[in-house]
Design a protein. Sequence first.
Length: 156
Amino acid sequence: MAESFKDKVEDAGHKIAEKATEVGHKVGEKATEVKHKVGEKVEEAADWAKEKAHQAGHRIQEVVQKVEHKTGATLDQSKGATGSTADIREHMEVYGACGKLIGKVDHVEGSEIKLTKSDSPDGHHHMIPLAWVAKVHDHVHLSKTCDEVQHEWQPV
């Protein structure tokens, strides 16, 4: 009887060892699956981060361009196809020879440009002679600096 009990215990021990090995293999397989899924998600997260960084880079470039456009180029640095005063249109930006934005065109009246009051420092329309226009392309460049213009323009 001791022999048969011993055999039963050994047999139970072998069965437990087999089950433990089987469970160990299953745990290993699941761990591999999880590892692959985690790896995929890490790649997705890295791709997302790269895309967001790329988008942020574009936004930064847009802001830089807007800031550069606000300060504008000086008259000497201005580039682009040059038109005539007949090419001046409503809402075109007007820059002084210094490169600073003076305002926007409301419309042309005879031999003068009427600037919008919404862009005026004092909230009034101002008139500037077309004779001050040095260049016209996507915006208007004057031959006078901002200070000269603001001292000499005519309020309406």
